[in-house]
Design a protein around this ligand. Structure first.
Ligand SMILES: [Zn+2]
Length: 87
């Protein structure tokens, strides 16, 4: 099953594939409440991340694994506005 979200992730992975390792090339998929912005869940490369781990990643200026410079302004993040308050 391929969802449109998975297609978007694939595309982002392709355009960001200019070097780097698995960790920093992974696309962060952030799911948060569309209205309050409250953190819901996040995954990267299929791995579940905690809110803290997401903050750490977003604060990184270079990849701790391969040393690739990370521009947080360009880091591929997909925000998913899930869970619309029980409508
Ligand atoms: Zn890396």
């Amino acid at each position: 099953m391929t969802t449109s979200l998975q297609r978007r992730v694939r595309r982002l992975e392709e355009v960001s594939g200019d070097g780097g390792c698995e960790r920093c090339r992974g696309v962060l998929v952030l799911a948060s409440n569309a209205i309050t912005g409250e953190f819901h869940s996040a995954t990267c490369n299929g791995e579940l991340l905690s809110e803290e781990e997401v903050r750490e990643r977003q604060a990184e200026t270079s990849c701790p694994r391969c040393g690739r410079k990370l521009d947080s302004g360009e880091a591929p993040v997909i925000k998913v506005g899930g869970l619309r308050g029980g409508t």
